[in-house]
Design a protein around this ligand. Sequence first.
Ligand code: ATP
Ligand code: MG
Length: 261
Amino acid sequence: MSASPILEARGIQKRFARHPVLQGVDLSVESGAVTILLGANGSGKSTLIRCLTGLERIDAGEVWLDGGRIDRLRGAARRRARRRIALVFQHFNLIDNVSVFQNVLNGAMGRAPLGMLGVLSPLASTELRDKAMDCLARVGLADRAAHPARTLSGGQQQRVAIARALMQQADVLIADEPVASLDPQAGRGVMDLLVAVAREEGMTVLASLHQLALAEEYGDRIVGLKAGQVDFDTGAEPVARDRMEALYVEGVDAPAGEEAA
Ligand SMILES: Nc1ncnc2c1ncn2[C@@H]1O[C@H](COP(=O)(O)OP(=O)(O)OP(=O)(O)O)[C@@H](O)[C@H]1O
Ligand SMILES: [Mg+2]
């Protein structure tokens, strides 16, 4: 693979209480590509994503973004680094009672506290407001701008979350099971959009999935996580399908041996 990683995990370790959940994860996410993270329930995908984005402190290892180490940052430097990574979760994480438009606009506002959103939105410049509409048009939802987010379908809400990521002008979009709550057709729509965002906007995409077929179809590269370690990486070597399937067959040996979060 080419040598231009934008996001790198180096030897990440994370444990909860006594349970080691990530046991020395190395992951180098190539700029502009779509990288898919696969792994059984409890293998550590969400924890890895949370560690990469600073939502969780790591016990050992390093996280690098665009050539700078970010896991030790504090205060404003940390906030700046985190804004360069946009997050999309399984459960849409929109603000239900505000409009689709305001949710997208929020991407440009440093994730203002909820209570501030209604105050800040009217103060946004015309330029920002136009941009938010562009981002909504980009995901095919300009006509829903004024609707409260909660009135949209799951697939539409996920598209709004992607529009917000575009608005944030993040370098990397990390999506944790972005299609898990969606029907197959809506799921494909969201995956198509994530690939388009990578191809057309040059945004780097890292997404965790549970569907092998989607991973193969949409991923430029697939990384398999097993019991908190990288089991395979199609960016490094060809990986047979049965090896990928084995992630799930043998996935019950997750380190903490608990119900997945
Ligand atoms: N905050 C936490 N406190 C304690 N244990 C945790 C915490 N977060 C995750 N874990 C444990 O870490 C392990 C990995 O969980 P994680 O959510 O990262 O897995 P996952 O691969 O995302 O699973 P799933 O496919 O179910 O989403 C699990 O055993 C889980 O119980
Ligand atoms: Mg998870």
